[in-house]
Ligand binder design. Structure first.
Ligand code: ZN
Length: 243
């Protein structure tokens, strides 16, 4: 199977559309959660994903939007955006989000989690130590995670138990066989690595390869939609710098 892998779309429909246009041909789609929150098109993003053969997880913002997570856990701007998201969310979209797990197996040895295998909704895997603990506690070969909005590769160095952390470069291809990895495709709708382009990945489970990809999208259209809905200025500004 060839999968388009996305995460943290956050209601950014122009970014999602650019990713769909840019992706090589795929058989199925994997979404690692946080389809809503921050951005102006939560309903459109969730229903667009329904056009595809989809394996989908819930993230912390999805939980916030459907009342499964206390909004006080979120910072002020995220809370504002989630309260707005709740006010516009279609009941069918809310029902769909309620049925999603935050973690599931894709195939033998490959696990999907929004945050991390040991704390699927909330843990940010951005350092070697916490990744090492996840490798130790579980026996997955490959884990695909989102949540940090950073395209990353964590590789367990099996001889000494340490974890090598790589910032992914655009176009970088990773071979999955004979090693243990935690991979993050980065964020479609709100990248935070200083590159405003939508970040995603392409997974081929026949070849056992993973490639990082990046595509520009019309940031100003998303920003105008956010402004029209009165969403917080800081959330609008950060899209053009990818921070
Ligand atoms: Zn997110």
């Amino acid at each position: 199977m060839r999968y388009l892998v996305v995460s943290d779309i956050h209601g950014n429909a122009p970014a999602l559309e650019a990713v769909l246009q840019d992706s090589p041909e795929f058989d199925g789609m994997i979404c690692l959660g946080d389809m809503v929150g921050y951005g102006p098109n939560p309903n459109e993003c969730v229903s667009r994903l329904g056009d595809f053969d989809l394996v989908c997880l819930a993230g912390n913002h999805d939980w916030g939007a459907i009342g499964k997570a206390d909004l006080l856990i979120f910072n002020r701007e995220a809370r504002h955006a989630l309260t707005w998201t709740q006010s516009v969310m279609r009941p069918t979209v809310a029902e769909y989000l309620k049925g999603l797990p935050p973690m599931q197996a894709l195939m033998d040895g490959v696990v999907l989690a929004h945050g991390s295998p040991r704390d699927p909704v909330w843990e940010y895997l951005v350092d070697g130590a916490s990744a090492a603990q996840n490798f130790e506690q579980f026996d997955f070969r490959t884990a695909l995670v989102g949540h940090s909005h950073l395209p990353l590769v964590h590789e367990l160095l099996e001889d000494d138990g340490r974890v090598r952390l790589l910032r992914a470069e655009v176009g970088m291809m990773v071979h999955l066989e004979n090693r243990r990895l935690i991979l993050n495709p980065g964020s479609v709708g709100q990248p935070r690595d200083g590159d405003p382009r939508a970040s995603f990945a392409f997974l081929d489970t026949d070849q056992m390869t993973w490639s990082f990809r990046r595509v520009s999208y019309p940031v100003t259209i998303t920003q105008e939609r956010m402004r029209a809905q009165g969403l917080p200025q800081r959330l609008i500004d950060r899209l053009e710098v990818g921070r």
